[in-house]
Design a protein around this ligand. Structure first.
Ligand SMILES: Cc1cc2nc3c(=O)[nH]c(=O)nc-3n(C[C@H](O)[C@H](O)[C@H](O)COP(=O)(O)OP(=O)(O)OC[C@H]3O[C@@H](n4cnc5c(N)ncnc54)[C@H](O)[C@@H]3O)c2cc1C
Length: 415
């Protein structure tokens, strides 16, 4: 569908995991609804591409985090998407030369001790920057900071300690062989979506809510908003009357930045498939690699936080160049002639994402609940920034869509 109806019972803004989660559930509930999506595709930050005929690349989410409690696992099974249960290589490294075993063990000890301190500090209930839990002068502080950039898209000094601890991680992480983005798109394939429909204004001052979009105006009884927080904080989408509490909540939950890159690998079949590789670093300016994911002829790089921002600001191709330099530093210059650019993400520059996923700034851990709360039983809020436990993930986003449709339906007097 690409045309915009003039009126509907429920309008859902955004066809990412959250919007599709809400729409999927509304299909047989006897209400009219439409998903308004600014892009020309489904999935939002869940996006799989064929980077080459033999390389599937998840440009956004790739891991079914907390797989034993992840609602996309049952959906994958229902839609016959094969699940790969290989353990992620995040704590293991393929190359001892780059990061010798004894050093790595020492780092893991420091990292676990840091997690112990964040847990103890969070129990005291006072919010603060998570960097307060670093051991002053410890030689692994830079790399612990790097881990935070992978997990949260920001450095520890930008990260709320309470939010850091609130994230629920069951430590079971699986993947979808055909891509997580492909799964999310297949999940939402049957819902009514108006594509290329950029919503700029939500006027909730009258009895019916009036939405101004790039395809014209639409009135609705209820609206479910699922756009990333940065679009609310930047007022790319505005509310009238203004909603200062939502604006402040979104500003307290900015999207950090993480970018991914995939490089075609010619030969080098001796590199162990699905293994990890990361250099030893004294700062957070360090990328992380996965070698031959699923046995595919490629290596994938992951960069986060201010380092990712700096690289993205250097323009298209900068991430690919950085990843090739880093791979050569770890594996030797011979690998350069076997690597070929395939694809890289630029989530910060993406106008409909403006970052990767949300984290709470120090002092703002409570803002997820503020963002999630309905307004006047007419405006409902979902998206990865709204759950109290599985925030920043695709399944957390989907589940929040489910919460929002239940709220919207109840407000219409239906169940
Ligand atoms: C590099 C990277 C790696 C990640 N890795 C993982 C991972 O391994 N596992 C995991 O679970 N999660 C991961 N995530 C996070 C996950 O992708 C997101 O949390 C999730 O997809 C967000 O879903 P959402 O529906 O909340 O938002 P989105 O997917 O952003 O959906 C919102 C939709 O709203 C649309 N939109 C925006 N503004 C407007 C507007 N004004 N009008 C109309 N439409 C609009 C957007 O185009 C988008 O389609 C990763 C993300 C990135 C970027």
């Amino acid at each position: 569908m690409s045309s915009l109806p003039s009126t509907t019972d429920i309008a859902i803004i955004g066809a990412g995991a959250a919007g599709l989660g809400a729409a999927e559930a509304l299909r047989d509930k006897g209400v009219s609804f439409v998903v308004l999506e600014a892009r020309s595709r489904l999935g939002g930050r869940a996006h799989t591409i064929m980077a080459s005929p033999d390389v599937t690349f998840d440009v956004g989410c790739g891991w079914l985090h907390s797989a034993d409690r992840n609602s996309f696992v049952a959906i994958a099974e229902r839609l016959s998407f094969a699940i790969d249960k290989t353990r992620p290589p995040w704590r293991d490294q393929a190359y001892d030369a780059a990061f010798p075993r004894a050093e790595r063990d020492d780092f893991i000890r420091a990292l676990d001790a840091f997690y112990g301190r964040t847990e103890a500090a969070a129990l005291r209930g006072m919010d603060a920057p998570a960097s307060n839990c670093l051991e002053p002068g410890d030689r692994w502080n830079g790399m612990i900071d790097a881990i935070c950039t992978y997990l949260n898209g920001c450095e520890l000094d930008q990260m709320s300690l309470l939010d850091f601890e609130a994230y629920e991680d069951t430590e079971l992480n699986w993947r979808i062989r055909r891509g997580y983005g492909a799964l999310v798109a297949a999940y939402g394939a049957d819902v009514p979506v108006a594509f290329n429909c950029n919503v700029t204004l939500i006027d909730h001052g009258d009895k019916r809510i009036r939405l101004t979009t790039s395809l014209g105006t639409l009135t609705a009884d209820k609206v479910i908003v699922t756009v990333p927080t940065n679009l609310i904080a930047d007022e790319a989408i505005r509310f009238t009357p203004a909603l200062p509490a939502k604006f402040e909540a979104a500003a307290g939950l900015p999207l950090g930045l993480d970018n991914k890159v995939t490089l075609a690998l010619d030969g080098w079949e001796h590199l162990p498939k699905d293994s990890g590789m990361r250099g030893q670093s004294s700062s957070a300016r360090v990328g992380s690699f996965q070698l031959r994911p699923f046995g595919q002829p490629c290596i994938e790089g992951f960069y986060g936080g201010s380092f990712a921002r700096e690289i993205e600001a250097a323009g298209e191709g900068a991430l690919t160049a950085q990843a090739i330099d880093d791979a050569a530093a770890l594996l030797g210059n011979d690998i350069r002639k076997s690597l070929r650019p395939l694809a890289e993400s630029r989530w910060g520059a993406d106008p409909f994402a403006r970052g990767a996923y949300s984290h709470a700034l120090p002092g703002h851990a409570g803002k997820r609940a503020v963002l999630a709360a309905p307004v006047d039983d007419r405006l409902f809020f979902a998206g990865e920034a709204t759950p109290s436990d599985f925030f920043s993930t695709a399944h957390g986003a989907r589940d929040s869509g489910e919460r929002a449709w239940k709220e919207a339906l109840a407000s219409l007097g239906r169940r």
